[in-house]
Write a protein that binds this ligand. Sequence first.
Ligand code: SF4
Ligand code: SF4
Length: 207
Amino acid sequence: MFKFLQQVGDYAKGTVQAAKYIGQGLSVTFDHMQRRPVTVQYPYEKLIPSERFRGRIHFEFDKCISCEVCVRVCPINLPVVDWEFDRTSKKKKLNHYSIDFGVCIFCGNCVEYCPTNCLSMTEEYELSTYDRHDLNYDNVALGRLPYKVTQDPMVTPLRELAYLPKGVSDPHDLPAGAPRPGKFPQDIIEATKAQEDSEKDKAEAAQ
Ligand code: SF4
Ligand code: SF4
């Protein structure tokens, strides 16, 4: 009889323990049900790339002088500059230009060293294709400007974590004027210019 009662007592204790654990698990579930997910619901929502984001390269055919500096500074000599010498104008004539983004490491060297600034890095990061050869962009594909996340009516743009106000980690439903931690590059340039002007004025006044 005593053994039976002990078994019933152990069973009851086990049941209470199990109910407690289930309750703890469900409390976490219910807590998360009330929160909005911080995750970005791609492709309906997209993060706004930062100002210095190194995405797909943009190329301006008319500006290129076929100097091949971009090839020499590229760690893998990637850009293909196909040119011929034009005897009439005694200048190099560019025929084709291409970069294979299946191989490019987006280091930005070519953009940095191009003497005519005909290369620039865009904010485009959606480069997935079914065939990797499709990533070999010719001068026509490189000349296309990407669609901005902020101008796409089909997409809700969200700020990256680094651009959220201090202490905020959820980019959803932020008021438009919510401050970001740092200044925009344009603001920094203007502030620097204003400081330089005031220093110049002071120096002139002192003379
Ligand atoms: S460095 Fe610039 S100008 Fe020279 S070949 Fe490359 S893209 Fe053209
Ligand atoms: S970004 Fe870097 S790896 Fe890509 S083409 Fe330019 S220099 Fe080469």
